[in-house]
Design a protein around this ligand. Sequence first.
Ligand code: TRP
Length: 450
Amino acid sequence: MKESTKQRALFATKFAAIASTVGSAVGLGNIWRFPYEAGTHGGGAFLICYLAFVILIGVPVLCAEYCLGRATRSNIFGAYRAAISGRLLHKLGYLGIISSLLILSFYAVVAGWTLEYCIESLMGKLDFSNPEEGHQQYLTLTTGWRPVIWTVIFMLCNAFILLKGVTKGIERVSNIFMPVLFVLLLLFCINSLTLPGAKEGIDFLFVPDFSKISSKVLLGALGQAFFSLSLGLGCMITYASYFSDSTKLAGTALLTALLDSAVAILAGIIIFPAVFSFGVSPQAGPTLVFEVLPNIFSQLTAGGVWSTLFFLLLFIASITSTVSVSEISVTYLCEERKLTRTKAVLISTVISLAGGVLCAMSFGPLRDFTICDRNIFDIFDYVTSNIFLPIGGMLCSLVVGWALDRKTLKTQFTNNGSIRFRFLPILVFFLKWICPAAIFLVFLDSIGII
Ligand code: TRP
């Protein structure tokens, strides 16, 4: 494939490749979005659907994105163009670009909240002596014009990391902080399990009430699986284009899915016991985690220190994810439009900032601007996660399953014959039939056709 001859930076070590894809996958999607989606969609029933989608659709589509990325060593446009030579279909890459800008817009708002919480607790401005304060603090920090400022600050940090380049910037950040975040989550889990009333929260998360499975739950779980695994945008295509030839694609996909789901479940174990213990409604929506966490910190010794550390790590987890989302438009602008990296970063930052400001204001000045009961923030989130990402994933699955030649598939999954991969026929069957059909059925179900 001609694109593969281009000189591109590669991840220096296998650990760096894994840490960076896990860094992209693990982020607010796991720690902020999973608990609130599970909370609004019935807990255990949602968890089961989510895990089923991760295994049946997420892992195969992740393999497909990795395969396409490394085989073509290109951005999404180049990747699709190489795979389906010359056909107009590669224009669908624009869907990835648009979705990435929309995701950046709402993601930056929540990431801005994490940064604000971190700085405020560092300066001792959050009051952890009184659990009731949690909600009040939440209200002052997330409404009005303040979130706009923090969204801008966050986007500037994101642009700074992007400008430092792929291997250096992303690798360094992911390598150090991902393991620390994992350990901190484990500690918080243990703490949550000892809260009075913890059992109710654990039951809510782990005991499924199958009667709650509805088309909304299925679509929500599908969207969450895609969002959390960073699928459907071409994000993992772009990252895999930096993989070295010895990175094992299927193994890396499995490990990414495993760690990513583990973090989501850990977040659930932290949040739900506290939700019930402190009497917060699990249905609180996007604000759930930010209302619950201050309560948790308030009953720890040195709550402010824990809070600063936790939000710092959450901020870092967010930035390793936004960097990967931004890479899509940045590599597109550099490689397809031949712009310099600096210009590309500037353009992508300005566009997503415009969206970000709108999303930030939808908790304050634009609160009353809603369509179908959803504010701008919710619309950006819903449309991208539940519709655009699954369509993008379906496309990638079909292209890799049907259009990529068998030889390329085999070369990619066996690292040019140096390792065995017995599951290739099963994987191809899933990519050709099962994944596209399952996504299509969930769509039909959610618009009420079946
Ligand atoms: N998966 C990330 C998270 O959980 C967010 C993210 C990064 C993402 N890259 C993506 C979501 C690409 C969708 C597509 O926070």
